[in-house]
Design a protein around this ligand. Sequence first.
Ligand SMILES: [Zn+2]
Length: 192
Amino acid sequence: MPTAVVHLIVPPLALLSTGAFRPRLVLAMCLLGLLPDLDFFVGVHRASLHNVFLLLPFLAVGLLWWRDANPQRAFWGEANLLAFAFLGSHILMDVFVGGVVPFWPVSNVTFRFDVRVLVDTATLEIESIFRPATQEGAPVTSPIYEWLDGTEFSIVALTVVVVAAVLLRGRLALLPGIVRRAVGRLTGARRL
Ligand SMILES: [Zn+2]
């Protein structure tokens, strides 16, 4: 799979660049980009939380309510569209790295798209593979799976801290004094 760092950072950047969503809501929900890999613990990896049926309710509610005149419904519509985008981006990226079982549990077929571009630096010849493939059953993963290495953990942890600090702006009164001052300095919040 693409690393957790890719799943965590690329989708929010793409969504923020559209200007179509509230930035704080995008940041508040960005951890959803990591959620599908929890099917290690609750079912069949690359299937139970990597299928299109998981996405449909979020897409349906999102499209129904996103531009609703009622602000509360519009908020939940936006949140559902973002959930669809975060979960869907994870599944889409996994198609290119190992594959997913998109119609699980109706079908147990893995879909993947093998992509590889090699450059011979001596001759400058390029060898490329762009090939869709299917196989029966979920992708086989190593029994000891390295989900995060040290570098990735440090990036994920820093991202979570920064996102939490941004989300806490304006709500610093809830924090103890020493934490409040530190976060205030980091985020430039006006109200301490
Ligand atoms: Zn995954």
